[in-house]
Design a protein around this ligand. Structure first.
Ligand SMILES: N[C@@H](CCC(=O)N[C@@H](CS)C(=O)NCC(=O)O)C(=O)O
Length: 233
């Protein structure tokens, strides 16, 4: 029996951060699948393992704990799997990076497809995307990150901030070469960190599984189709 149940759609997107932390820690989990998620979302809140609006939802079966909201799930795993840094300041900064990553994927999907991408909207968004990338680059700079060594918040081993950073940018840039070009130019040290962390065997294996299970899919739906159209991807 696996240790965790994960409720997330059959795409990488927001759930991939949770999968990456679990994979990095060598944990096993069961993907409950799209119809189970839809069923759970439609259930009365009184019957939910944790009252929630949208997936991911993680159930830690041994501990009998259920959590929703991606950053809360990552915090739970970071603490229980000993992947959080030692000081309160670095723990807060870690969660700031996780929340930034969640903001970036909301922005890249125009808040889950409230509007569709057009060439004009994308052109107006590019400076903001570059600013996000430079926020990562500046964070790394302040903690001694170089193009080929170090971690986002310093330290000797990859932590939650590095796993989330690598997952955010590798998943996106592997699927959208236009964004990859912007990333390489705007945030070369973060791009180096992303390459190094994404190359760790458990994360490489997870990325290959996403390719196999979900193909080219990123976030899915009409919003992905409109993003692909404006990026020619
Ligand atoms: N703030 C939540 C957002 C959850 C969310 O928007 N989930 C999306 C998938 S990425 C969903 O399917 N939402 C359905 C809904 O909100 O009705 C988080 O960080 O987990």
């Amino acid at each position: 029996m696996s240790d965790y149940d994960l409720y997330y759609w059959s795409v990488p997107f927001r759930g991939q951060f949770v999968r990456a932390v679990l994979a990095h820690a060598g944990k096993t989990w069961t993907e409950k699948g799209d119809s189970a998620i839809a069923k759970l979302m439609d259930a009365p809140v009184a019957d939910m393992p944790v009252p929630f609006m949208g997936p991911p939802v993680l159930v830690d079966k041994r501990a009998d704990v259920a959590v929703s909201q991606m950053p809360a799930i990552v915090l739970y795993l970071g603490e229980t799997l000993d992947l959080m840094p030692a000081t309160p300041a670095l723990r807060a900064l870690t969660m700031k990076v996780v929340n930034d990553a969640n903001d970036v994927i909301d922005e890249i999907t125009l808040d889950g497809g409230r509007q569709m991408w057009t060439k004009t909207r994308w052109k107006a968004f590019v400076p903001r995307l570059k600013k996000w990338m430079s926020i990562w680059e500046e964070t790394g700079d302040r903690h001694g990150l170089t193009a080929d060594s170090g971690f986002l918040l310093g330290g000797e081993t990859p932590g939650i901030a590095d796993i989330v950073t690598a997952t955010l940018w590798s998943t996106m840039t592997e699927r959208f070469s236009t964004i990859e070009d912007i990333f390489a130019k705007t945030a070369p040290k973060t791009a180096g960190l992303t390459r190094r962390v994404a190359a760790l065997p458990p994360l490489r294996k997870l990325a290959a599984k996403a390719r196999k299970d979900y193909g080219d899919a990123y976030c899915g739906g009409q919003i992905e189709a409109s993003l692909r159209k404006v990026l020619g991807a």
